[in-house]
Design a protein around this ligand. Structure first.
Ligand code: NAI
Length: 698
């Protein structure tokens, strides 16, 4: 059943019923349209209440139908709304909880709308690079007023029903009903049952006293804010059409805008990211209803850079945390940093003082392992040294209660080796947070060879609770994200040797859309981190070639912002990257010593070498089963590495370019004697897909 019908006295009640949020899929639309028909033909019925069962009025179009012919099958959303609007008996939408996208458009097709307080009202289509395509851009400005409607449509953000009901002159909600919504809606239906003519939003006028000036102003602001995304401006033009044109002509503008946006790479990328985020939480061999372990208290070992940030995530979610350190000073320093971070938020007005105090009250510290044994989960964030990890995990094995989850935040060490330090490898897992851990969305959840399924399921759910985007990674050096970035950094080094300056590389990559180029990134994260890893590589994989420029930089003590100098110069207390003469000279001397004559390298080559190096390594990661799906890799890069959202992630981008073209480019790069020909051999999966004319995300 996807919509139910019942008659209460002279009022028919139609209830959308398609859990979880009454998405307006084909079956629901059909059932709703049939129910309207039934009510229209039932002589007893004088008025109709339309509402939603369970947790929503309606969350909008059924996302599972997106882009499929089903979305257009009659009755499609437009024809359902038209049927509702043309009904000869008044239809009252009884809105509660969630009323978004197509759900709001359907409500706007009703003759009246009443709402429970606290209902979240939105037209979020812009967040998928689209515009509301079932009359939302035409009816909302008529019902709510041009300015507030434009704000909602361009931002996609939800607004509470009671706030909207206070907008002067609005007819979006005739009434806010405290108490039983259905009873209130039926009472309202009886009140208006005999009123004629029936009010229809389409017959209203959307007007603005200074329409043209207002839209010009809005065009400038929206244009500046939405740089790489075409949807917000297209939304704006559709709303302008609601003011300037007749209803049906405005609907045509909306439809054209929708059809256009549907095919833009930006919307495809946003929709890809939307589905990718949902897909990432699914693990093929772990059922969704897997019983989970209860996590009511967390212990964190190490109060350094990561330990502090990790702790904040749990405090923010209301989960008590105890931090363990070796020395009292380290504890004090760690707690002071947490306080400083919260106080900055309080100062900016982002956090209320009482909330801050409440969070701090959940935090305790200790120097003794005896005091953490009752925690349900412990996350280790101590020095990146296997011997130190061994010491810690042996201790944890001895003190933690049975069934506690033992997690490591290691970024480069073997989680299986760490698990083997304990007698309970099934309880050990990697939780690879990104720095700053209280800010970055990404959490790589590293599944060890012996990690129990319920441990994995618990950590994935917990990750969601602390508002992270969780992506499962298998065990390998660098996991998904850092294993790929290592190849990207190697390419960045080769580019310097061959003729680029750091700023040229950074500029090209930033123009492509990355938040930061590789060298500014290195200066921020600390160039010593990569140096440390390379030293290990020189021993473990002597055949792998690296440009020596980064080592030379570190030998000069230029670790980045923290030492006041890195690939760029920095003025004390400032973060602006100033091109460095010293660095350029160092690179030139290095080239001369290697006998390299520099050449001019195009931005296109820079971007392709950097991005395709990610793609080639990612293809290997995918084939080895380290990542479960291509879209997981995209999520890692979108949420952890500043890859431009509007390009959908490296795999999505490669698909857009066409894998055949990607492979051709790699073959060209392989011919460059200063590059690494072996690396550029297309990964078998990539070669296969390219040959078959397929994409990673197909
Ligand atoms: P850090 O050096 O800032 O902090 C480590 C803390 O652990 C120090 O406060 C130290 O006193 C404490 N510690 C060391 N040995 C201990 C022991 N036996 N018992 C209790 N406390 C001990 O290091 P950071 O950057 O926080 O890194 C921690 C872990 O997180 C490492 O495994 C690192 O690879 C990983 N990681 C670091 C990232 C970063 O960007 N810094 C990103 C992702 C992971």
């Amino acid at each position: 059943m996807s919509a139910s019908y019942e008659v209460r006295g002279p009022v028919a009640v139609i209830t959308l019923n398609n859990p979880p949020v009454n998405g307006l899929g084909y079956a629901t639309r059909k059932a709703a349209a049939e129910a309207v028909e039934q009510a229209e033909n039932d002589p007893v019925v004088k008025a109709i209440v339309l509402t939603g069962a369970g947790k929503a009025f309606s969350g909008g179009a059924d996302i599972r139908e997106f882009g499929s012919p089903k979305a257009l099958a009659e009755p499609n959303l437009l024809s359902l709304i038209a049927r509702v609007e043309s009904c000869t008996k008044p239809i009252i939408a009884a809105v509660h909880s969630v009323c978004m996208g197509g759900g709001l458009e359907l409500a706007l097709g009703c003759h009246y709308r009443v709402a429970a307080p606290g209902a979240k009202i939105a037209l979020p289509e812009v967040k998928l690079g689209l515009l509301p395509g079932a009359g939302g851009t035409q009816r909302l400005p008529r019902a709510l007023g041009v300015e507030p409607a434009l704000n909602m449509i361009v931002s996609g953000e939800p607004v509470l029903s009671e706030q909207l009901a206070q907008v002067p002159g609005q007819v979006l909600f005739q009434k806010i009903i405290e108490g039983d919504l259905l009873e209130g809606a039926i009472a309202y239906a009886l009140e208006v049952a005999d009123k004629r003519p029936l009010p229809r939003v389409r017959e209203l006028k959307a007007s603005h006293p200074e329409a043209q000036a207002f839209f010009q102003f809005a065009r400038n602001t929206v244009g500046a804010m939405s740089k790489n995304f075409p949807a917000p401006l297209r939304c704006l033009e559709a709303v302008a059409a609601a003011v300037n044109l007749k209803f049906d002509e405005g609907m045509r503008v909306e439809r054209e805008g929708f059809a256009h946006l549907m095919h833009t790479p930006e919307s495809k990328a946003l929709r890809h990211a939307f589905f990718a985020e949902r897909a990432a939480s699914k693990i093929p061999d772990v059922p969704e209803d897997m019983p989970q372990r209860a996590i009511q208290k967390v212990a964190v070992i190490g109060a350094g850079t990561m330990g502090g940030g990790i702790s904040m995530n749990f405090l923010n979610a209301g989960i008590p945390v105890v931090i363990l350190e070796m020395k009292q000073e380290a504890l004090e320093r760690g707690v002071a940093t947490i306080r400083k971070n919260y106080e900055a938020q309080v100062k900016k007005g982002k956090l209320k003082e009482d909330k801050y105090q409440q969070r701090m009250s959940l935090l305790s510290t200790t120097l003794s392992y005896d005091e953490i044994g009752d925690a349900d989960m412990v996350i280790e964030a101590v020095f990146e040294d296997l011997a130190v990890k061994e010491q810690v995990f042996k201790k944890l094995d001895a003190v933690m209660k049975p069934g506690a989850i033992l997690a490591t935040n290691t970024s480069t060490l073997d989680v299986d080796k760490i698990a083997a330090f304990t007698q309970r490898p099934q309880d050990v897992i990697g939780t690879h947070f990104f720095s700053p851990a209280n800010v970055m969305k990404l959490l790589e959840v590293v599944r060890g060879a012996k990690t129990a399924k319920d441990v994995l399921a618990t950590v994935m759910a917990l990750g969601k609770k602390i508002r992270k985007t969780c992506v499962v990674s298998g065990v390998c050096d660098g996991f998904i994200g850092n294993r790929m970035i290592e190849q990207y950094s190697r390419q960045a080094g080769f580019l310097l040797e061959e003729g680029c300056t750091p700023q040229q590389v950074d500029k090209a990559v930033e123009k492509f859309g990355f938040a930061m180029g590789p060298f500014r990134m290195g200066d921020l994260a600390g160039n010593d981190v990569g140096w440390y890893i390379r030293k290990r590589r020189y021993v473990e994989k002597p055949e792998l070639r690296y440009s020596k420029t980064a080592d030379l930089l570190c030998e000069m003590g230029r670790f980045g912002q923290k030492t006041g100098a890195g690939w760029y110069d920095y003025q004390p207390g400032k973060r602006d990257a100033i091109p460095s003469r010293t660095v350029v000279e160092m690179i030139e001397m290095h080239r001369a010593a290697q006998g390299i004559t520099p050449r001019k390298i195009s931005d296109e080559e820079i971007v392709q070498r950097l991005v395709f190096s990610l793609v080639n390594e990612a293809a290997r990661i995918l084939e080895e089963g380290i990542a479960l799906r291509a879209s997981d890799i995209d999520m890692v890069y979108l949420t952890g590495y500043g890859f431009p959202l509007w390009r959908g992630g490296p795999m999505c981008y490669a698909d857009t370019v066409g894998l055949y073209n990607v492979v051709q480019a790699m073959k060209r790069f392989a011919k460059n004697p200063l590059d690494d020909a072996k690396f550029w051999e297309p990964a078998p999966l990539l070669a296969r897909l390219a040959e078959q004319g397929k994409g990673f995300n197909d």
